[in-house]
Design a protein around this ligand. Structure first.
Ligand code: F6R
Length: 614
């Protein structure tokens, strides 16, 4: 995780870096720092524990004028979040300063070797080892910084996106990447670099995304040079990123998360635009249609994902098994990659990731590719590592998701999976035409349905206050809505720090019902579907044991309105799309419980949005 930014050109670097770091705080926010080359050629390095706003206060009044600089916002991996462990890190002599996103796995061995050469360390990070290794190589070989970086990286095992500056050099940054993202923005005689292109979109729309094993020489006024670790030139591929600044701002909402929840009717419009024809109800996903043979002969589909994307994949499993009759497995990417999975040539592996940078998912993609499976990506971030590593895919197009808790990405992912199931089902002849058109129409109606769902949830703010006392919650659902229960529980945990467990409703009597008492609220998704009556029975079992029920019910359901302690109504849609609707009140419930408890919902403790470490 961590976010890195850099600038070299003709403008003042510090304000650009600070602005970029603010936008990258979703990647980590336990300490931050910048380094510049000042007027006299010395490196000025400023860093502190805390958020980017703390760094800004710390910089106040300091002489930071410079047209070159690098900055970092940290999510601690090696070493506690404190001033010393914050980036940038100086090399021993102070000649180099480095920022790093990733993990150097063999840092202990390298550190011991450097210690034996007299190197001393100021921090407990793996990153400081790397900057000293670069300095040591430069000193012993008398080579350029670029060459020393390449030689050092050949010794490194792990993941990195790094940027290094050098004392006395005010026009050049050396950057490199392996398994951590790095975008280089190209301006007029100036360059920007960032972990996420969107953070520097104010300055340019032209980007080069570094590939694994590439080192860039970023020099003011000169063409960008990219080489591999052996020093051979790579092709510089400039790509356009269409994104507006308003998409990166809160738009009047107190938090990004609330903005992103309310954006969902619009993000679904973007997600289905050009993919579901409103006249013919035809669904077109070019990524599938261009690879029809892979999906036609697929013996199995395996989803690999983490967290919220894994929950969305569980819904994908229902969709594809129901509409395409292909067996589906849903794997935690972190488990899949380490358990020697059986992957067959006729498997289609679908990697699902909002950021497109999650280290475990990316590693799962590599394994599936190596074993000869066809690998498809469902990502949000354009040009992200997973999007580039997969053979084909579909972007969810929900715009930048900045709140750490995933909301609009979840509904976008499920929407793409529904379209995917329709397209594959039609190709394979496993879906009746009437059903196909009904689901396609429901997809077209989704933006309105979500608007109604948001409307129904208007009084959740008052209602949420009642539950701030609770230390534990249970979330229940069945069928398509069991993953919704898991996702609702995750939202509550991550932003309110209240323990919550999602379960299939019928599993309660196999153990968890023992937890029920008047102190334990149970949230039940009990909309009118084929398991409705069974869910009602599960509610009765909980009520009989003194439990309190918060039920998400279909509009007009009078039966449960009488039985549940609290009800939130949602509009109906096709059963297979219901999770997209029923998650709305659960996102809002988590948001309001967390804000009532005074939590920082956009930056919950211990979390970062993009998990680029395993
Ligand atoms: C939860 C959340 C995480 C992510 C997970 C995977 O709100 O955001 O659980 O879903 O870290 O991230 P991506 O989808 O970027 O691979």
């Amino acid at each position: 995780m961590c976010g890195i930014v850099g600038y070299v050109g003709h403008r003042q670097a510090c304000p650009i870096i600070i602005k970029g770091l603010h936008r990258l705080e979703y990647r980590g926010y336990d300490s931050a720092g910048v380094a510049i080359v000042d007027q006299s050629g010395e490196i000025g390095l400023y860093k502190c524990k805390g958020k980017v706003s703390d760094l800004e206060r710390f910089l106040d009044g300091k002489a930071t004028e410079s047209t070159i600089g690098i900055g970092h916002t940290r999510w601690a991996t090696h070493g506690a979040p404190n001033d010393a462990n914050a980036h940038p890190h100086f090399s021993s002599s102070g000649r180099l300063a480095l920022i790093h996103n990733g993990i150097i796995e063999n840092f202990r061995v390298l550190k011991d070797a450097l210690k034996s050469h007299g190197y001393e360390f100021r921090s407990s990070t793996d990153s400081e080892v790397l900057v000293n290794l670069i300095e040591y190589i430069q000193d012993t070989n008398g080579c350029s910084l670029e060459e020393a970086v390449r030689m050092a990286l050949r010794q490194v095992v792990g993941a990195y996106a790094i940027a290094v500056i050098e004392r006395g050099v005010s026009d050049r940054i050396i950057a490199a990447r392996e398994s951590s993202p790095m975008a280089i923005g190209i301006g007029e005689g100036e360059y920007f670099l960032s972990s996420d292109a969107s953070s520097i979109i104010d300055y340019t729309h032209n980007f080069v995304y570094l590939n694994d094993g590439e080192v860039a020489v970023i020099e003011k006024g000169k063409p960008l040079q990219i080489k591999n670790l052996s020093g051979e030139m790579s092709h510089v591929d400039i790509q356009k990123l269409e994104l507006s600044i308003s998409q990166l701002e809160k738009g009047g909402y107190p938090h990004f998360m609330l903005k992103e929840i309310h954006e969902q009717p619009d993000t679904i419009v973007d997600c289905i635009r050009g993919r579901v024809n409103p006249d013919t109800k035809e669904v077109i996903l070019s990524g599938v249609l261009d690879n029809q043979d892979k999906f036609l002969k697929a013996g199995r589909i395996i989803f690999v994902a983490c967290g919220t994307s894994w929950h969305a994949s569980l819904i994908g499993e229902h969709l594809i098994e129901n509409l395409c009759r292909i067996p589906v497995e849903v794997e935690y990417a972190s488990e899949f990659r380490y358990r020697n999975p059986i992957i067959r040539k006729d498997d289609v592996v679908i990697a699902v990731s909002q950021s497109g940078e999650t280290a475990d998912t990316l590693a799962a993609v590599e394994i599936a590719r190596r074993e000869g499976a066809f690998v498809y990506g469902i990502c949000n971030v354009i040009g992200s590592s997973i999007a580039r590593a997969t053979a084909s895919g579909t972007y969810i197009h929900v715009g930048p998701e900045i709140g750490v808790a995933s909301t609009k990405a979840f509904t976008g992912q499920v929407t793409v999976m529904a379209m995917l199931a329709l397209v594959i089902g039609k190709l394979r002849g496993t879906i009746e035409e009437e059903k196909y058109h009904k689901v396609a129409q429901a997809l077209l109606d989704l933006p309105d349905t979500l608007r109604k769902a948001l409307d129904c949830s208007k009084n959740l703010e008052n209602f949420a206050k009642i539950f701030t006392y609770a230390h534990n919650f249970i979330y229940l659902g069945r069928g398509y809505n069991y993953p919704t229960a898991l996702e609702g529980a995750l939202k509550l945990k991550e932003i309110s720090y209240i323990h919550a467990e999602g379960l299939p409703a019928a599993e309660m009597k196999h153990g968890p019902i023992a937890l029920i008492d008047a102190e334990m609220p149970t949230v039940v998704i009990a909309t009118l579907d084929r398991t409705y009556e069974k869910t009602v029975s599960n509610i009765e079992e909980i009520k009989a044991r003194g439990g309190k029920i918060i039920a998400v019910i279909s509009q007009g359901d009078t039966q449960l309105r009488k039985r549940a302690d609290y009800c939130i109504e949602v509009p109906s849609t096709e059963e297979c799309l219901m999770p997209i609707v029923s998650i709305i009140p659960l996102q809002l419930l988590a948001y309001y419980v967390a804000t009532c408890k005074g939590r920082n919902v956009d930056q919950p403790r211990n979390l970062a949005k993009s998990v680029t470490v395993e």
